[in-house]
Design a protein around this ligand. Sequence first.
Ligand SMILES: Cc1ncc(COP(=O)(O)O)c(C=O)c1O
Length: 400
Amino acid sequence: MPFDIGNILRPKNTILQRCQRDEGTKARLKYNPWYHHIDSQNGCRIQVDGREMLMMSSNDYLGLSNHPRVIQAGQEALQKWGSSTTGSRLANGSRSFHRDLEQQLAAFLGKEDAMVLSAGYLACMGAVSTFAEKGDLILVDRNVHSSLWSGILLSGANVERFAHNNPSDLQDILVTEDRDRPKMVVVEGVYSMEGHIAPLQELIEVCRPFNCFFVVDDAHGLGVLGDRGQGTVGYLDRTNDVDVICGSLSKSMASTGGFIAGSKTIIEYLRSHSKQTIFSAAISPTQAAAAKTSLDILQDEPEHRERLWENTRYYKRMLNQIGANIWESETPAVPIIVGNKERAYRIWKALMDEDIFTVISIPPGVPPGKDLIRTAVSAQHTFEDLERMVDVLKKSLKKV
Ligand SMILES: Cc1ncc(COP(=O)(O)O)c(C=O)c1O
């Protein structure tokens, strides 16, 4: 190789080198467990690399993303409004359909007002970072979603983690803290990986003497829990005790985007201060229309939620019969805990080889030792789909 003086003089780009050497990326590319491109989809049937597969890992709990009313609403919105809002809500991006969706969502959740943002991640991040600031204390369930951790970091507040779904651990921390310090408590309504429901009544009782601002991310509770699908907070009758309900429109709501709901004061403060709103383009016409129509369907077609829960009970009964560890999931988000990443990979692969699409989650996405195959039930699954899944899983668990 000819001698190149430039190579010696050129300063090292260490960030580029970090990217080139990253072990996580090398392992991902070698084992290829994520980023599989789906070529077509019809409900729970998908095509991947020319193979028909059963989708067992989607968050389309109610199966509304293919609902004719949702598709029609999206098409009409595209025709009427075009493809983009081309600006942030604060500037040129606000449309009357945003206001309609927000008013409908707020009423549905039992809150005075709501804001819709362009991703659930941004909404949950903003629901924390907009209200907490340096000097405040945030008390957070250890297992919350990455979006909430991002909000905590951005806020600059101090943070204390309490044990997952453990009100007495929260209390032990609260009693040692300065009573006058502003405090925020951050939990999920339904935990996305575990499928656990937060014990909101007990958590709120523990917090009552300490005047905490209470934030619930209900991305996986909306549409799933409650007699109308209004989510965990309504289901547990704690609407007046929770200051902020945030979440995603990408699960039961068959769209993309996120929301934050609360009192008028809280949402007006958010409109003034949320960076995630002020500096990011508003959600598109088609996505807002899909979410709004899903909200209508939640209320006038209860059969989707009924079917979801029928499927969930049937699936869990079979999983219990084969001795699968489902981490005591209480909802349609059903993890299969397998304990380490090698095993998770091999079971996931065995399922893929039998044309069943699932997703693995390993630390830091889940606590150490909780490496899992994430499955989620949809209203669109048939009993035969679920039987097939359990049958293949049973063989895989035995083999690996
Ligand atoms: C609990 C929770 N919060 C927030 C989000 C972010 O939502 P989105 O995918 O709409 O950005 C997710 C999505 O994975 C989630 O599971």
